[in-house]
Design a protein around this ligand. Structure first.
Ligand code: SF4
Length: 397
């Protein structure tokens, strides 16, 4: 269906009398139906066995932008290592980042660690019990505060994530652009009107579960839906067209040169600055704002100029593309070799400030690194083994 036709339907739906009636009907029947469905159909997940606000907070942060199946083993490892907020606050950030490695969006781990320190320093290790107080904590937004307050403390406050947005826009046949702030604000209001006074945490989890397992983005299983009789989108047969979201921005693309420097069996890693992308993680020296179309000779001169190192040889490894939500990076990778690992290395600028430290390591697992650094490490190992007998690029000149 065309967007303009959808908008027409939306305007019809927003006829005040009709709107009031639909919302009243949902208010009356939705919570009970969903809660009863959830009790028999919910997936068994480790964070559903507890009302500990700390565990719920950890799970909610991990679940942001990340699939449930990916989160489960990370959550279990994290809770085994840091079973309380005090243990998390006392842990070195480097260790927390290492445990997080592979889960992506590393700023979440940094913010969690900072928030745990705040709770232990100023709140005697206790989580606040209301949404508004939770929202004062560093790194906790409206969604996470609502989830913790309702699930752990039974406060009747809403949550609004992608799953909830999909379910609500379909139940009420809302065809406005969900990327618009006004629509988003309206959905928060609706979510707040529907959350019941009793069992708000179970209700919130049930709406999210419905969105994750039944009211799917592409092919919703309407015939198995416990609230299909209440659904305006199904009545109008427009569930596949909702929610409406204007086309996302094309991710910005940039090239960069990464140099893997090996000396006496050790690899050079640099520590990224705090804040920004891959906050405080370690990576191979990477030079952004570059087209990446470099010959080994350019790589050698960049290493000399930026790091103050003279390498013996440089070998071209190849290219890797790494996609984030709003950025696409093309990494052009070189392997450089030198005889000994110098104790002085200059710390150059990276894409969001200056590198903080350097380390010569036997394996990158000795430092917390992001996914792309592990990919580059694997690529270098694969290519350098194959090319072990090949003459190096510099020596060829
Ligand atoms: S009936 Fe279909 S579209 Fe409506 S809430 Fe249920 S699964 Fe979603």
């Amino acid at each position: 269906m065309q967007n303009k036709d959808l908008r027409k339907i939306s305007r019809t739906t927003f006829d005040p009398a009709m709107w009031k009636k639909n919302l009243a009907m949902l208010h009356k029947s939705l919570p009970n139906r969903l809660i009863s469905w959830f009790s028999g159909h919910q997936r068994e997940l480790p964070w559903r066995q507890t009302t500990d606000p700390y565990a719920i907070w950890v799970s909610e942060i991990m679940l942001q932008q990340t699939q449930v199946a990916t989160v489960v083993p990370y959550f279990q490892r994290f809770m085994a290592r840091y079973p309380t907020v005090r243990m998390l606050a006392a842990a070195p950030l480097e260790d927390v980042l290492s445990l997080w490695a592979g889960l992506g969006y590393y700023s979440r781990a940094t913010r969690m660690h900072r928030c745990a320190e705040f709770i232990c320093t100023y709140l005697n290790g206790r989580f606040p019990t209301t949404r508004d107080e939770l929202m004062v904590l560093p790194g906790i937004g409206r969604y996470t505060a609502g989830a913790v307050a309702s699930i752990a403390f039974g406060q009747s406050v809403p949550v609004l994530d992608g799953n909830v947005i999909r379910v609500l826009t379909r139940l009420l046949a809302i065809a406005d652009n969900i990327a618009a702030p006004a629509t988003h604000a309206m959905l928060w209001t609706i979510a707040g009107q529907l959350v019941p006074a009793s069992n708000p945490g179970t209700y919130n989890q049930a709406v999210m579960e419905l969105g994750a397992t039944i009211c799917l983005p592409r092919n919703p299983h309407c015939s198995r839906c416990p609230v299909r009789g209440l659904c305006q989108a199904r009545r109008l047969n427009i569930q596949g067209d909702l929610p409406v979201k204007t086309a996302a921005r094309q991710p910005r693309r940039s090239g960069c040169m990464t140099v893997v420097i090996e000396a006496a069996g050790k690899l050079l890693l640099l520590k990224r600055p705090p804040g920004g992308l891959w906050s405080s993680l370690w990576e191979f020296p990477t030079f952004h704002n570059s087209t990446g179309r470099h010959a080994p000779r350019n790589a050698a001169s960049t290493i000399r100029r930026a790091l103050g190192l003279n390498v013996n040889s440089v070998q071209t490894i190849g290219s890797l593309t790494h996609q984030l939500t709003h950025r696409t990076f093309d990494y052009h990778i070189f392997l450089a070799r030198m005889d000994a690992a110098p104790q002085r290395v200059a710390l150059p600028e990276c894409d969001c400030g200056r590198y903080q430290a350097f380390a010569w390591v036997k394996a990158i697992a000795q430092r917390p690194c992001g996914t792309i650094t592990r990919k580059i490490d694997r690529a270098v190992k694969a290519v350098s083994v194959v090319a072990a007998d090949a003459p190096n690029d510099l020596a060829n000149r």
